[in-house]
Design a protein around this ligand. Structure first.
Ligand SMILES: Nc1ncnc2c1ncn2[C@@H]1O[C@H](COP(=O)(O)OP(=O)(O)OP(=O)(O)O)[C@@H](O)[C@H]1O
Length: 230
């Protein structure tokens, strides 16, 4: 999926959080890094219309997020940093079936699709568990499963590994590597990005570096360490 940001600025009140961002996202694996508060989540939320530009435009395929947010949400799934934002129904498999029912998937196909997605993430045993009683990491994987089961063309992840232990971090990493969809991943977990196609570095609302991970990640690490020196 081609996502084009044309001269996009986002302001909240007086504050400019993203400033004249102009990029075209077409690669299959794109990472976004930057310091706390630099604008990464805002950037991620622009990609499926959760945030709209104050200036400029975001076009996903042929659709402008400011005009066709509903269509775009079906094409671009979003995995939130906090899975509680995403899980709505009391039992895991019901929660996962919810979006499928709403988009008109035939009822008899739904349980099979839900089970297959849970198995794909190696969490089949969670199917009948109460969603509110899951651990943080389990919730994050269920939230991810709920997005993937909808089969969007692009999945945007906002810091997907923060709640995960080493095993599940590795599961997620393998999953992103194997996903047929485009993945755009905001993260502080730089190791996750080593086999990505492209990494954007955001600083104070601007894209300050854009390149392959073998160049962009060391560039970012170096810049952070220089900035931290007294
Ligand atoms: N809805 C909003 N209203 C006002 N300010 C906001 C809003 N959303 C974000 N901001 C501000 O915009 C700035 C960038 O926030 P954003 O969440 O995009 O940063 P981030 O790079 O994802 O940070 P982190 O790594 O800490 O998650 C922050 O200073 C934040 O307080």
């Amino acid at each position: 999926m081609r996502i084009t940001l044309r001269d996009v600025s986002v302001r909240f009140g007086e504050r400019t959080v993203l400033d004249s961002v102009d990029v075209e996202l077409n690669e299959r694996r794109i990472g976004v890094v930057g310091a706390n508060g630099s604008g990464k989540s805002t950037f991620a939320r622009l990609l499926n219309g959760l945030v709209l530009p104050s200036e400029g435009s975001v076009v996903v395929g042929d659709h402008d997020t400011a005009k066709e947010a509903r269509k775009i949400r079906r094409q671009v799934g979003f995995v939130f940093q906090n899975p509680d934002n995403q899980i709505v129904l009391p039992i895991v498999e019901e929660d996962m079936a919810f979006g499928l029912k709403n988009t008109g998937v035939p009822r008899k196909e739904i349980p099979g699709r839900v089970r297959a997605q849970l198995e794909n993430l190696r969490i089949a045993e969670l199917a009948e568990r109460p969603s509110h009683a899951l651990s943080g990491g389990e919730k994050q994987l269920v939230a991810l499963a709920s997005v993937l089961v909808m089969r969007p063309g692009t999945v945007v992840f906002d810091e997907p590994t923060t709640l995960l232990d080493l095993r599940n971090r590795n599961v997620l990493r393998a999953l992103i590597a194997a996903m047929p969809q485009q993945a755009i991943v905001v993260t502080h977990d730089l190791d996750l990005l080593s086999d990505f196609d492209r990494v954007l570095v955001i600083d104070e609302g601007r894209v300050v570096h854009d390149g392959v991970p073998s160049v962009a990640v060391p560039w970012y690490v170096e810049r952070q360490s220089v900035e931290r020196m007294p």
